[in-house]
Design a protein around this ligand. Sequence first.
Ligand code: GAR
Length: 205
Amino acid sequence: VQRVAVLISGRGSNMAALVEAAKAPGYPGAIVAVIADRADAAGLETARAEGIDAVAVPRKGYPDKAAHEAAVIAAIEASGADIVCLAGYMRLLSADFVDRFKGRMINIHPSLLPLFPGLETHRRAIEAGVRIHGATVHFVTFEMDGGPIIAQAAVPVETGDTPDSLSARVLQAEHALYPRALAMVLRGAVRMSGEKAVFADAAER
Ligand code: GAR
């Protein structure tokens, strides 16, 4: 099985969903490291309780963004990870960071991209009046929330939804989507080529 590092900033419920899914027999990856940019990220405890190496690399421990990123990269590389999953990692990555893990780093975003990149996606979806919302897993590229799409899940917007109620419904969908999308990447069912996602024929897998 391939080795997966997960980067988080907070709760880590998507990380926990990946950890659960990876316990299933035949899952093509193992979560070997969880790295947070905040010492108080609740997900660190969740990961440690599962016996996973979980480290905080707080931004304020470093003089600048480049030094912080170098420390995060060192932690990823120390874990021997083949693939990096961003799971609520709320930090923009430099071009160097993105380049180093090109085609090997994926992110989950709480909207049906290319709609609603950035923050507060649920409030913005409600304000836009869309009746279908959802989540996207994509390869990470230089463009924030702009990389090639691997998989998406659609979620209905219900009458009377608030950002909180909609976010809870989307989060449930995220927890099923992310393990499925990661497995696709690990199995070679999809890979990044140039700036595009290329999907293998079932026969090639
Ligand atoms: C998730 O909804 C994830 O899609 C979102 O943050 C939440 C993290 O929750 N990510 C972004 O907004 C990235 N820009 P979690 O820590 O419980 O997985």
